[in-house]
Design a protein around this ligand. Structure first.
Ligand code: NDP
Length: 369
C-alpha cells in the first residue's frame, strides 16, 4: 500500500519543524559565542534566511502534494478501469483469432418445438445475443425469422451453426453451409462447426472426409463468410489427424461438459492447442440440477443449481450454451455474474463422480447416412 496524502503532508511538516529546531539551536550557539551587536545582525539575517527557506519549502511541499494527488487520482482511475475490464472479460471469451464470444449463449436444440420463433424472440428479450443452432436441429428458418422480427441488428447477434456428419466432404459442406445461411437469412455466420467427426463407428474414410471438409471451412473463413471455424464432439484423437493437413487451426471445440462429465484429458489437450472448449448440455440436460452437492452450494450462495453449474464452467474458462424454455429460466441462466465460487468449490465440482452423461460418444455414434 502507498502512503496517503495526509501521511505524506504530516511527514513534510515534521521535517519543516525539525529544520526550525535546528535553526534555533544554531542561533543559540551563535548567541553564546558572539557580541550583542553581531548577534542582532546575525539574528536579522538568520530570520530572513529562515523565512525564505520556510516559504520555499512550503512552495515545494504544495507542488509535491499537487503532483502526488494527481498521481493518486490517475492510479485510482486506472484501477477502476482495470476492475471494469475484469468484469467485462468474464462475460466474453476470446478465440485464438481475436473473435469474442459471449460466455453465455442460448442453446436451441429442441427449443422451438412448442412455440416456434417466439422462443427465440424470448431469448433475445431475456438478453441473449448468441444463438447456437445446427442444420440437424431443423430450426434455422424460425431463428432467421426471429432475428428479422426482433429488429436487432445482425452484427449484434452471434450466430453459430453446424454441419451434420452426413454432409462432410468439400462440396457437400459448402452446400450445407449455404442452406443454413439461406434459412437464417444471412450471408455469413459468426461461427461454423463440424458437428461430429464421423458418421459411424465403421466410417473408414472419416479422416479423408474430415481433411477435405476442413479445407472447405478454411476457404469459407478466408472468403469472409465465417468469422470463426471450429469443431464439435472432437476428441484429441480426432483433432490430431485434422491438424496434419490444416492450414488454419480450429478455434473452438463444443463438447458435452458439465459437473459430473468434465472430460479433463480433452480439456488439457485443447488448452495446449489454444482451441477454446465450449460446453453443450452445461446443465447435463437437467440431470445434474438436483444433485445434492450442487443443491448445497446453491443454498449457500442463494442462487439456483442451474446458476451454480453455469458459473462453475465459466470460472473453469468454458463458455456455456444452456437451453431453457421459459423467459424466467432464460433470464436465470444469464444471471451468473454476481457471485464467484471458491477454488476449493471449483475443485470439488470438477472431481465429483461421473453423473448426468448423455450417453453420446463420438466414437460410438451411428448417424444415418
Ligand atoms: P442443457 O444442459 O442446457 O439442459 C436443458 C434442460 O435443462 C432443459 O430440460 C431445461 O428445461 C432445463 N433447464 C434449463 N434452465 C433451467 C433452470 N434455470 N432451471 C431448471 N431447469 C432448467 O441441455 P441441452 O442438451 O439442451 O444443451 C444445451 C445446448 O447445447 C443445446 O440446446 C444445443 O444448442 C447444444 N447441444 C449441442 C450438442 C452438440 O452435439 N454439439 C449436443 C447437445 C446440445 P426447459 O427447457 O423445460 O426450460
Amino acid at each position: 500500500m502507498g502512503k496517503s496524502i495526509s501521511d505524506a503532508f504530516e511527514e513534510v511538516m515534521a521535517k519543516v519543524g525539525e529544520i526550525g529546531v535546528q535553526a534555533g539551536e544554531a542561533v543559540k550557539s551563535f548567541a553564546e559565542s558572539e557580541s550583542t551587536e553581531r548577534l542582532a545582525r546575525g539574528m536579522k539575517k538568520g530570520t530572513r534566511t529562515a523565512a525564505e527557506g520556510i516559504a520555499k519549502g512550503a512552495k515545494m511541499a504544495a507542488a509535491g502534494i499537487k503532483e502526488g494527488s494527481q498521481i493518486a487520482s490517475e492510479a485510482i482511475k486506472t484501477n477502476a478501469a482495470k476492475k471494469k475490464a475484469g468484469r467485462e472479460q468474464k462475460r466474453n471469451f476470446t478465440l485464438s483469432n481475436g473473435v469474442k464470444i459471449p460466455a453465455v449463449g442460448y442453446g436451441t436444440y429442441l427449443s422451438t418445438e412448442n412455440n416456434g420463433k417466439q422462443t427465440i424472440l424470448d431469448a433475445f428479450e431475456a438478453g441473449y445475443r448468441y444463438i447456437d443452432t445446427a442444420r440437424f436441429y431443423q430450426n434455422e428458418k424460425e431463428i432467421g425469422e426471429a432475428i428479422k422480427e426482433s429488429g436487432i441488428s445482425r452484427d449484434e447477434i452471434f450466430i453459430c451453426s453446424k454441419v451434420w456428419p452426413t454432409m462432410l466432404g468439400k462440396d457437400r459442406l459448402r452446400e450445407s453451409f449455404d442452406a443454413s445461411c439461406e434459412d437464417l437469412q444471412t450471408d455469413n455466420l459468426d461461427m461454423y462447426l463440424i458437428h461430429w467427426p464421423k458418421v459411424s463407428q465403421n466410417d473408414e474414410e472419416w479422416i479423408t472426409k474430415l481433411q477435405d471438409s476442413w479445407e472447405a471451412m478454411e476457404e469459407l473463413y478466408e472468403e469472409g463468410r465465417i468469422k470463426a471455424i471450429g469443431l464439435s464432439n472432437f476428441l484429441p484423437h480426432h483433432i490430431r489427424p485434422l491438424l496434419e493437413t490444416a492450414r488454419i487451426k480450429p478455434m473452438l471445440d463444443q463438447l458435452e461438459l458439465h459437473a459430473g462429465y468434465m472430460q479433463e484429458y480433452a480439456l488439457q489437450y485443447l488448452r495446449k492447442e489454444r482451441i477454446l472448449a465450449q460446453a453443450w448440455s452445461p446443465l447435463g440436460r437437467a440431470r445434474v440440477l438436483n444433485d445434492e452437492r450442487v443443491r448445497k452450494l446453491a443454498e449457500e450462495y442463494d442462487k439456483t443449481g442451474a446458476q451454480v453449474l453455469l458459473r462453475f464452467l465459466i470460472q473453469r474458462g468454458i463458455p456455456v450454451i444452456p437451453k431453457a424454455s421459459s423467459l424466467e429460466r432464460m433470464k436465470e441462466n444469464l444471471d451468473v455474474f454476481d457471485f464467484s465460487l471458491t477454488s476449493d468449490e471449483i475443485s470439488y465440482l470438477s472431481c465429483i463422480t461421473e453423473t448426468g452423461w448423455s450417453g453420446e460418444h463420438p466414437d460410438l455414434a451411428e448417424w444415418e447416412q
